[in-house]
Design a binder for this molecule. Structure first.
Ligand code: BGC
Length: 777
């Protein structure tokens, strides 16, 4: 794949250059003199003109990013000064007042901000930037990973793990387009998204912000996000820059803790962690963020191997790299590969870093390094060219401001809410159903309870508080969706998964008496504005996968009443709910379905929506099974655990429907091909039930014998289809060389002749797949 990319890229760039005089590729012929303020001049010439006018300080200023003032204020409000100092994840600048920050902008020493939380603030900051000598606008970034959810009033879409459960790349692209529109309307130009980490350890708190465990699915979702955020090119005023992060492999930390080391072979890097980045780069991702962690002793932020040799030279990345929060500082404070901040700056810039996220400890050391001749000014120019290119192409020199009175027409519109609802509906995974769902006609009274029944945890991480009326909780969804004859009895036990008491449990049991059905909503809390109660999300790792607090007792007590129970999980990572899977007749994995999630959950439970989500990640039985992913090697499970079951609780790709789908055998266009050929695989799928439904058809490949060990199966294609009752559809996949290639012992990409299994079906579990054989000569 890497080799193919190298050939294709120059061609794509040539076409783009030819298409648009605003090209960013090369200064126009003869380097004719243009003014950077001339909007009609080619971008590359504008960049060169501006660069030639800038002082060293102004250049390094462009590489410096700070946190927005309102965010700083929020941090100060939520934390005591001692708490602020105790954790470098908090935003604060000791000794720097708001006025000092404005002075830094006006003297050209800040080029970018992150987390500017109001449009008014964005305009104020841009106004200050207009007072600089060269009037260079600010680039404003924000963690808009499932909608611009840090912004009050934005549409909060389902989190990435939910989006991956839809297996619907077009929908994800639409969400990214809408997110971009909401960002531009409110003053941001750069989404720190998509997170294309391949999540392989559910103890890690950030699983919910990934697209799951499979490199192919993560890559496809990443491409959809990049395409939606950036558009074909990001000159469009409704598009923003995308940022692929975190390069690389922080998603399988040795102990499950965020930012801890990653010890990983080159093979695993190339087979598992690099491919989604390659795909997103091929799709044009213009920015990348380095990862907190080290790889085999080499911290990513100081790694020339990763940031230059791999990212730029091998993968062909053409944009700019931003550091992650405090990670340049951590080269000294945590990794200790240098003994001063100045050396940290040297290491990272020399390795290929283009922008320092957040804070003052960069500009002066970097200037000194240039003045001393250790970093060349040309090295700084390389970074600044890319940063200016982004600002020109985004149109910020022409108009850095937003119209505050127009925001309401662009954010949380009817259309955006309806997309969020569609995504929530498609993302919900019905894990188990012993004929309890959808709710039957004879049910008259429903008890609904549990800590997540009536709160905002369904928004997930990277959301700030939203107006109450913008979020539909599960209880509110039930009220809207239930048939008139059903009486809903909500038992309130507070809103925190960690705070359940014996009294809550016994009261819920007592309340269950006159009800025909119990719905209990449990799970986790990823809300960053409720830091005291968070059980999930960034920096919230766990050493077990059980329900936190006394939620398990609550479920068991309700089950012991003898009434039928539905468990709804609202959570941001797989939970090892083995007892629930074995004892509770219906289990709904809702993940974190966003602001419209409560309605979607209710619709699934009452049968107004036929569930169609599929797991983008394996659910293990317990923490001891980690690592637990479907694309493992054969030797992984040749031996078994002695006293417990060896397989996962729910397989990757699993998800039930109220319809039944019958699969035919996969049929190949040719059963023998040459290694450079493509092959088509067709499978017939029939809805044999009386209910229309949607199904995600999955295709896996297995190389039967190879010179290095290969996974038991690998996802190489998927398609979401809808089928009316009794309807049959043929689904055709096209497999090219990439589906059969791997890295040999010399780490060269190769295809070996021999036999391959091609399997199609409804999940990665063997019992859900039908298989045929392909021979490659
Ligand atoms: C996270 C990044 C995020 C950045 C800015 C860091 O702590 O690792 O994913 O983009 O903060 O909020």
């Amino acid at each position: 794949m890497l080799k193919r990319f190298k050939v294709v890229l120059p061609f794509v760039l040539m076409v783009l250059c030819a298409m648009n005089s605003l090209n960013s590729c090369q200064p126009a012929e003869g380097h004719q003199k243009v003014s950077y303020l001339d909007a009609q001049a080619p971008v590359a010439n504008r960049v060169e003109d501006l660069l030639s006018k800038m002082t060293l300080e102004e250049k390094v200023g462009q590489m410096s990013q700070y946190v927005g003032l309102f965010h700083l204020q929020k941090s100060a409000d939520l934390n005591t000064p001692i708490d602020l100092m105790a954790d470098d994840a908090n935003a604060f600048y000791p000794g720097l007042s708001g006025k000092d920050l404005y002075d830094l902008i006006k003297t050209g020493r800040i080029g970018s901000f992150l987390h500017v939380l109001t449009a008014k603030e964005a305009n104020e900051l841009q106004k200050a930037a207009q007072q600089t000598r060269l009037k260079i606008p600010l680039l404003i970034g924000i963690d808009a990973i499932h909608g611009n959810a840090l912004y009050e009033g934005a549409t909060v879409y389902p989190t990435p793990l939910s989006l991956a459960s839809t297996w619907d790349t077009l929908l994800v692209k639409t969400i990214a387009q809408q997110t971009a529109r909401e960002m531009r309307a409110t003053g941001s130009h750069w989404a720190f998204s998509p997170n294309v980490d391949v999540a392989r350890d559910p103890r890690w708190g950030r699983v919910g912000e990934t697209f799951g465990e499979d490199p192919f699915l993560v890559g496809e979702m990443g491409v959809a996000m990049v395409g939606g955020l950036q558009g074909d090119r990001f000159e469009n005023p409704d598009n923003v820059l995308a940022c692929i992060k975190h390069f690389v492999a922080g998603s399988e930390p040795v102990n499950g803790l965020n930012a801890s080391p990653m010890d990983v072979s080159e093979r695993t890097l190339r087979e598992v962690y690099f491919p989604p980045y390659q795909k997103a780069i091929d799709a044009g991702a213009f920015t990348a963020m380095a990862a907190h962690n080290e790889i085999n002793g080499d911290p990513c932020h100081g790694s020339k191997y990763l940031l230059t040799d791999i990212l730029r030279n091998e993968m062909g990345f053409e944009g700019f790299v931003v550091s992650d929060w405090m990670d340049i500082e951590r080269l000294k404070t945590v990794h200790r590969v240098v003994d001063s901040q100045k050396e940290a700056c040297y290491l990272t810039v020399d390795a290929g870093m283009d922008m320092h996220m957040h804070g003052p400890d960069f500009l002066e050391p970097v200037m000194e390094l240039v003045q001393e001749g250790r970093l060349s000014e040309e090295r700084i120019n390389q970074s600044v060219r890319k940063l200016l290119e982004a600002k020109f192409r985004l149109g910020l020199f022409e108009n850095p401001f937003v119209q505050e009175d127009q925001i309401a027409t662009s954010i949380r519109t009817e259309a955006h809410r309806s997309t969020a609802l569609e995504a929530a509906r498609k993302s919900i995974v019905l894990l188990k159903n012993d004929n309890l769902l959808p709710v039957k006609g004879d049910v008259k009274n429903i008890l609904i309870t549990g800590p997540n029944a009536n709160n905002h945890t369904l928004m997930g991480d990277w959301s700030f508080e939203q107006p109450e009326e913008n979020i539909t909780t599960v209880v509110e969804g039930f009220e809207q969706v239930k048939p008139a004859k059903v009486k809903l009895n909500y038992h309130d036990m507070g809103m925190q998964v960690t705070e359940i008491t014996s009294q809550h449990i016994s009261e819920a049991v007592a309340k269950s008496k006159d009800n025909d059905l119990i719905v209990v909503v449990v799970g986790s809390n990823s809300l960053r504005y409720q830091s005291k109660f968070k059980t999930n999300g960034e920096n919230i790792a766990r050493d077990n996968l059980d329900l936190v607090g006394r939620q398990q007792e609550l479920v068991e007590a309700l089950h012991a009443t003898g009434k039928p129970v539905v468990v709804v999980l609202i959570n941001g990572r797989p939970l090892g709910v083995e007892w629930i899977a074995e004892n509770i007749p219906a289990v709904v994995e809702a993940w974190e379905p966003g602001s419209e999630g409560g309605q979607a959950i209710a619709e699934v439970i009452f049968g107004k929506v036929n569930p169609s989500g599929k797991l983008p990640i394996t659910i293990p039985r317990n923490v001891g099974q980690i690592p637990s992913y479907y694309n493992h090697k054969r030797a992984h499970y040749v031996k078994k655990y002695k006293w417990s079951k060896t397989g996962p609780l729910y397989a990757f790709g699993h998800g039930l429907s109220y319809s039944q789908f019958q699969y035919g055998e996969p049929v190949l266009s040719d059963s023998i091909i040459k290694s450079a050929d493509t092959v088509q695989v067709t499978v017939e799928v029939t809805n044999s039930s009386k209910l229309a439904g949607e199904e995600v058809v999955q295709l896996y490949v297995r190389d039967l014998y190879s010179s290095v060990t290969r996974p038991m199966k690998e996802l190489k294609g998927f398609a979401r289809i809808s089928l009316l009752p009794g309807e049959t559809k043929n689904v055709t996949f096209r497999l090219d060389a990439e589906a059969f290639s791997f890295y040999n012992l010399n780490m060269e990409q190769t295809i070996e002749s021999g036999e391959f299994w091609i399997s199609t079906g409804s999940s990665s579990a063997n019992e859900d797949l039908k298989t045929t054989k392909l021979t490659i000569q």
